[in-house]
Write a protein that binds this ligand. Sequence first.
Ligand code: AP5
Ligand code: MG
Length: 191
Amino acid sequence: MRIVFLGPPGAGKGTQSERLANQLGIAHLSTGEMLRGAYVRRTELGLLVADYLDNGQLAPDGVVLDIVADRTLLPDCEPGCIFDGFPRTLFQAESLDRLLTSRKTPLDLVIELVIEQGALLSRLLKRGRGDDNMATIQQRMQSYDNETAPLVKYYSRRGLLRSVDARGSMEEVYASLESVVKEAQSASPPL
Ligand code: AP5
Ligand code: MG
C-alpha cells in the first residue's frame, strides 16, 4: 500500500504514520526527518535547506522531489510506503502522481488528520524540536494553509481522501486510522 499523510504541524503525522507503517510492514518516509538528518550532518543538502528549516518555510520542490524519487527506489519501499509530510505543494503532488504512474505503483489512500491549529501550539512547544519556537511554528502553519491545504481538494477529487479526527488521544486517533485503512484494503484487496 502507498499512503500519503496530510495535516498541519503537530497533528500527529509522524506519531501515527510510523506506527501504521510498522504494523503494515511498509516503509515510513518523512521528508521532514530526511531534511533534518541532512541538516544535522551538515551535508551539501543540509546546508542547502538549513535556512528553510530554521525559518519554517518549505524547501524547494525540486530538492524534495529528488530525495523522494531516490528514496522510493530502495528495497524497503517495495511492499509499499507511507509519505509523511509529502507532498506539500500542488507541484509536488502532481510530480508524485507522474512518478508513481510511470512506475505503475499508484497511491492507494490519502489520510488527512483534521484538528484545529490552535490546539497544536502547546503540543509543539512542549516537544521542543529545533524548529518548535513560536515564530517558526506560525510560519509552518501559514505554509500549511497556503500551500498544502489545497491538496485536500486535489485528492478528494481523485477519490483517494479520507479524513480522520485527530483531536483525541494517540490511541483513539490510531483506532480511527486503522478502520480507515481496513476499509481501503477491503475496497481494493491485494492481488
Ligand atoms: P516536518 O518534520 O514534516 O514538520 P511538520 O509538518 O511541521 O510537522 P511535525 O513533524 O512538527 O508534526 P507531526 O504532524 O508529525 O506531529 P508529531 O507526530 O510529531 O517538516 C519540517 C520542515 O521540513 C518543514 O517546515 C519544511 O521546512 C521541511 N519540509 C518537510 N517536508 C517538506 C516538503 N515535502 N516540501 C518542502 N519542505 C518540506 O506530533 C507532535 C507532538 O504532539 C509530539 O510531541 C507528539 O508526541 C504529540 N502528539 C501526537 N499526537 C498526539 C495526541 N493525539 N495527543 C497528544 N499529543 C500528541
Ligand atoms: Mg512529523
